[in-house]
Design a binder for this molecule. Structure first.
Ligand code: GDP
Ligand code: MN
Length: 380
């Protein structure tokens, strides 16, 4: 679960990482008042759960209260990467001398936290890692040891910094690592950490993502998990109670089990790319599958939908009614293919066929997918 910038900044402040003075506003008038209280110039920043806000126009400087109000009016209610902005941060504007990147994440290979530092701040670290890998300094940190101050300083020196710079930045790295551990984060990132014209250091951005499984350990962090899911389709999936993972392919998938869903993705993936993973869970109803259809078909660029249902504990004939009701109300312009097996399969086949779904019977998923591939290749 990702935190908003202002929530991350709050954790930073608690752990001793200096951040500029800031306030939150939900209306242009409020943004004006907060800007006046903080003192101008300020930076008005969209609070949405994504990076790249600067490039998307979501971070703008204001030199007067009028301007702060005007910028807030433009940003509030606008959408950045499909996310509607309902709050802005009004932060004291800082004069930047130099920008750095600091991050802690999980190194899946070593199974340890990974601390990352770069003198190329303010730009995407992924981009820097691609174009100038020598500018990215990273260290796996044994979880039982923690990050030693000497090691943090060494990383900063390895990046070519010395003098007063390395202890100051190492201090921030150390505090960032503390935030990461204390809040069971998956990612804690400052991009950019800046040296100001006055020679002080400030975190101008905060990205913190917390492991959902650790929520009970942090009652002080108030969250509504659904609101935190950045992808609108995945958010919808969570709301209706199914596991939905958005992918970038062209075949929609509906499966009544996680293993079945993954196998279906793999088999489809031999010829096409899955547009999503979707697993209904074990409590199929007509209404659930109606909503599942609405969700999967919302995805742009689909060529077909493949429905793989197993009737064990799930009443697939009930599910079929929901699928057919959805298609009756929203006729699909792409093939919908289903491969239902198990309890009450004959009834399920009949309901689906009568509702215009192409039903494949009596074969394993491989063969059913082959039929889908043939169908799509014929249509080409
Ligand atoms: P992001 O684009 O979502 O990562 O949002 P950031 O919070 O990182 O802001 C984008 C960029 O705006 C930063 O990388 C800075 O270069 C710039 N910026 C943000 N706050 C200030 C500020 O107080 N002063 C100046 N000069 N630039 C700022
Ligand atoms: Mn940033």
């Amino acid at each position: 679960m990702r935190l908003y910038e202002f929530e991350g900044s709050d954790l930073f402040r608690r752990e001793g990482i200096p951040v500029p003075e800031y306030e939150i506003a939900a209306s242009p008038r409020e943004a004006r008042r907060k800007a006046e209280a903080i003192g101008l110039p300020v930076v008005v920043k969209a609070q949405v759960l994504t990076g790249g806000r600067g490039l998307a126009g979501g971070v703008q400087a204001a030199g007067s209260p009028d301007q702060a109000e005007e910028i807030a009016r433009r940003i509030l209610g606008s959408s950045i990467k499909d996310m509607t902005v309902s709050r802005v941060m009004v932060a004291k504007k800082v004069e930047i001398a130099r920008e750095f990147y600091l991050g802690v994440t999980i190194d899946g290979y070593h199974g340890t936290p990974l601390v990352i530092f770069s003198t190329a701040g303010g730009v995407s670290i992924e981009e820097t890692a691609r174009t100038h890998p020598e500018l990215v300094i990273s260290r796996p940190v044994p979880i039982t040891d923690g990050l030693r101050r000497s090691e943090a300083e060494q990383m900063v020196r390895e990046a070519g910094l010395g003098g007063e710079e390395s202890p100051a930045i190492a201090g921030v790295l150390d505090a960032l690592y503390r935030v990461f551990r204390k809040y069971d984060a998956l990612v804690a990132e400052i991009n950019p950490l800046v040296r100001t014209a006055q020679g002080t250091y400030l975190a101008l951005d905060a990205k913190v993502e917390i492991d959902d499984a650790s929520r009970y350990r942090h009652p002080d962090i108030e969250v509504s998990p659904e609101e935190r899911i950045a992808n609108p389709l995945e958010r919808k999936g969570s709301q209706i109670g199914v596991s939905y993972v958005d992918l970038d392919g062209e075949i929609g998938i509906i499966a009544s089990g996680a293993g079945l869903g993954m196998a279906t993705m793999d088999i489809i993936g031999r010829k096409f790319r899955p547009a999503n993973f979707l697993e209904t869970g074990g409590a199929i109803t007509a209404d659930l599958l109606y909503q599942v259809m609405a969700l999967v078909l919302q995805k742009k660029g689909l060529k077909a939908v493949f429905i793989n249902l197993y009737g064990g504990i799930n009443p697939i004939h009930e599910g079929a009614r929901g699928i057919v009701r959805y298609l009756k109300e929203h006729p699909a312009s792409i093939p919908i293919m289903a491969n239902p097996r198990g309890n009450r399969q004959e009834e399920t086949w009949q309901i689906l066929e009568e509702g215009g779904v192409r039903v494949v019977t009596g074969v394993a998923t491989e063969k059913a997918v082959e039929q889908l591939v043939n169908l799509l290749e014929e249509a080409r």
